[in-house]
Design a protein around this ligand. Structure first.
Ligand code: NAD
Length: 694
């Protein structure tokens, strides 16, 4: 070890370690021993804002452990130097290579061996976690004797979202540490346990403020920290009959959310625990085998694709947006949520509306959204302070970006732009949240079209990840870059699209929704239609979706889209028009295509024998519209299209996106099927010209 002063890079980050005798850097790890004889192992992945558990991290840890086994210090503390958090999980980019060379089991065993050695160190080991400890990062922390959570820390296993379960010891270490049913719940849902919950569950031994980390580490070393232990329940569940019963319940709950043939991982995890729970050694061996098998499945392969699609959209959202102040006009369903979410994400926003009640409601929405985002009480207050109701619209003069979210009426929007542009800074951007009006048409109503674009958020804003950034021929590219970066700062995924009726997402989704209506007109029950879509892998069928969105909105979108697209859409069903006329607009009215109670549709009636081409009748019009959007360059490429459809509509992620599905199934086969269906059901099924380019 060299005698370097100490981890200078940490100074000013709140992560200073204080004086130490020596420091050593080995790849992603920095190591220093302080005057109390505690060795600090600091994870600091070079050239990255966040830590992932890569092969180099495991290798580096192995080297440090060899030294620590020979010359054991008073204690070892593991923590991260990144302000972003502890560690985000395994480095997924290394997986394909391991798979290709058949080295997954070997790499897993090597990783397990290193964490086993960490666990076996004869001195106390302490993980200090700030921010998120996810996946393999959480598993690293679990291999330590103690976990100290800095306020705001969270722990989770998001592996199910990648078609996997934990693979670096998480299955047996977490079920051993805390109540096994709680452990299984965390692993099966992929949800994180935030600080308070982590402490309650016994994942974190103590919650500390950053400035007290050293003191708390000292207390752990002296054995002054009480550890919760998994208690009676764990002992009961170490008996097989109790586990059998519990596993059966878990399977039933899982089946409500995901089918085994679509998402095998949660079922494999339940099997694993049912067979081996309570026996760490057996569970470890089984975890490695099961993880290696899951990694090879189509589901996991496609979900990794989705992971990288997300990264691609995130990368497009990097860069400076130079938007310090936002002004939103229209505090309705969308405007209020856009303003609230922006304030929650740390930006100042003024919100204008002619209706003061809407502004009042927007303040309450900010509190609600901030709480849902797990902000502390003080942070909730700060977010509310940043969200300023502005009935007179003074904020427009100071804003760098103005988002218009008034009702869908071209005349009204044009009038508002005129008033706004007189007040706005000349270099500020004006964006519309319209979902069905032409952005090119609206650009004709503004004085500075080069600074005008669409910024199409989806409902509910806080939860929907995608935002369509809609350019029109006169929009400055730099403006689009800034809007994409602005979306990134809101933790949203921007997809750049060009102006077309419905842009990309609604263009592709509308034929699917309208086809569902046609099927109802033909006598197919709504429940059978939804079941077919859910079996394909949508989180919710089209009929339920239409009822939830509102049949009035669906009708308006269908009407406005029908007028502008190349190919005729399905006739808008009389039943849909009648329901809207009667005020039966769906969930919000208590009645629509379904009858609703307690926010749930009544799906009891379904057909014994639905049409055998039901799934294709729903999915193929959607795929065909995607091909049309590619051909017309509404979206630049298949990857962006797949990402947009997954993140905006929930299109079966395990299928990797609509174009990936089309490619896997075979474009020629789909083309021929469309020709056949056009013969049977009408010209709306005629395949788009673009199929031949695929
Ligand atoms: P909304 O009717 O809920 O809200 C519109 C708000 O604008 C109301 O509060 C109203 O008082 C206010 N308003 C009307 N005239 C105004 C004026 N002159 N100055 C200031 N405020 C005024 O509408 P919404 O559902 O939030 O939709 C707004 C926009 O977002 C529309 O263009 C819509 O197409 C688009 N959009 C809606 C959804 C959705 O699901 N609702 C989704 C995506 C996009």
């Amino acid at each position: 070890m060299t005698n370097t002063p100490v981890l200078n890079h940490l100074s000013g980050t709140g992560l200073e370690l204080g004086p130490a005798r020596d420091a050593m850097q080995d790849g992603p790890w920095r190591c220093a021993t302080d005057d109390d004889g505690i060795t600090w192992l600091i994870l600091d992945l070079p050239d990255s804002g966040a830590n992932t558990i890569s092969n180099a991290v495991i290798e580096g840890l192995r080297n440090h452990l060899s030294a620590l086994e020979k010359d054991t210090p008073g204690a070892v503390v593991i923590r991260s130097s990144k302000t972003a958090g502890f560690a985000a999980g395994a480095d997924i980019s290394e997986i394909e290579d391991l798979l290709e060379h058949g080295k997954v089991p070997e790499a897993l065993r090597a990783g397990h061996h290193v964490l086993d050695r960490l666990e076996a160190l004869p001195c106390p080991t302490i993980a200090v976690v700030h921010g998120a400890a996810l996946g393999a990062g959480f598993e690293l922390a679990l291999a330590c004797d103690y976990r100290l959570a800095v306020d705001g820390a969270s722990f989770g296993f998001p592996e199910v979202q990648l078609g996997l379960h934990p693979g670096l010891g998480g299955t047996f270490r977490l079920t051993r540490l805390i109540d096994p049913t709680e452990a299984m719940r965390l692993m099966l849902t992929g949800k994180s346990a935030h600080t308070g919950k982590a402490k309650r569950l016994g994942i974190a031994d103590a919650v500390v403020e950053e400035r007290h980390v050293r003191g708390a580490a000292g207390a752990a070393v002296r054995g002054e920290l009480e550890q919760a232990g998994s208690g009676l329940k764990a002992r009961a569940l170490s008996l097989r009959p109790a586990r059998l019963y519990s596993a059966r319940e878990m399977r039933a709950k899982t089946a409500e959310k995901a089918r085994q043939d679509h998402y095998p991982a949660p079922y494999r995890l339940i099997d694993l625990w049912e067979r081996h729970g309570g026996d760490s050694a057996a569970m470890q061996t089984a975890e490695i085998e099961s993880f290696a098998e899951l990694l090879k499945t189509d589901t996991a392969t496609n979900l990794r694709r989705v992971f990288f699609l997300r990264q691609t959209l995130k990368q497009a959202a990097r860069g400076a947006h130079d938007i310090a102040r936002l002004h939103v006009v229209g505090a309705g369903m969308m405007g209020a949520d856009i303003a609230a979410w922006t304030a929650v994400r740390g930006l100042s926003v003024t919100l204008e509306d002619i209706d003061t009640a809407a502004l009042g409601a927007a303040v309450s929405r900010t509190v609600e959204i901030a709480k849902e985002a797990h902000l502390s009480d003080r942070q909730v207050r700060d977010a509310v302070d940043r969200m300023m109701p502005d009935p007179k619209g003074y904020g427009a003069a100071k804003a760098d970006l103005v988002i218009e979210a008034v009702p869908e009426d071209g005349g009204l929007k044009a009038k508002i732009y005129h008033g706004l542009e007189e007040r706005m800074k000349t270099d500020a951007i004006l964006a519309t949240n319209t979902s069905s009006l032409s952005v090119v048409g609206l650009a004709g109503q503004v004085a500075r079209p080069e600074r005008f674009a669409g910024l199409h958020f989806f409902n509910p804003v806080a939860r929907m990840q995608l935002v369509e950034v809609v350019g029109q021929p006169r929009t400055d590219t730099h403006v689009l870059d800034r809007l994409a970066a602005f979306c990134g700062s809101l933790d949203k995924l921007p997809a750049r699209v060009s102006d077309y009726p419905g842009f990309l997402v609604n263009r592709a989704l509308t034929p699917y929704l309208l086809e569902a209506m046609s099927l109802i007109d033909e006598g197919v029950s709504p429940a059978s239609i939804d079941k077919a879509a859910e079996e394909f892998g949508f989180p919710m069928g089209p009929v339920e979706l239409a009822d939830r969105v509102g049949l009035d909105i669906c009708l308006a979108v269908g009407n406005s889209l029908g007028a502008g697209v190349e190919k005729p859409l399905a006739e808008i069903s009389d039943r849909l028009k009648d329901l809207v006329k009667q005020g039966n607009t769906g969930q919000k009215a208590g009645k629509g295509l379904y009858t609703w109670s307690d926010s749930k549709p009544d799906k009891r009636v379904s057909d014994a024998d639905p049409p055998d081409d039901l799934e294709d009748r729903l999915i193929l019009p959607l795929l065909d519209s995607c091909v049309e959007c590619l051909r017309r360059e509404v979206v630049a490429d298949e990857r962006t299209l797949d990402a947009a459809m997954i993140f905006a509509t929930g299109f079966a992620p395990f299928r990797g996106g609509p174009m990936h599905y089309a490619r896997t199934r075979g474009p020629a086969e789909i083309h021929d099927r469309l020709v056949e269906m056009a013969r049977r059901h009408g010209p709306r099924f005629e395949p788009d010209k673009g199929w031949s380019d695929l």
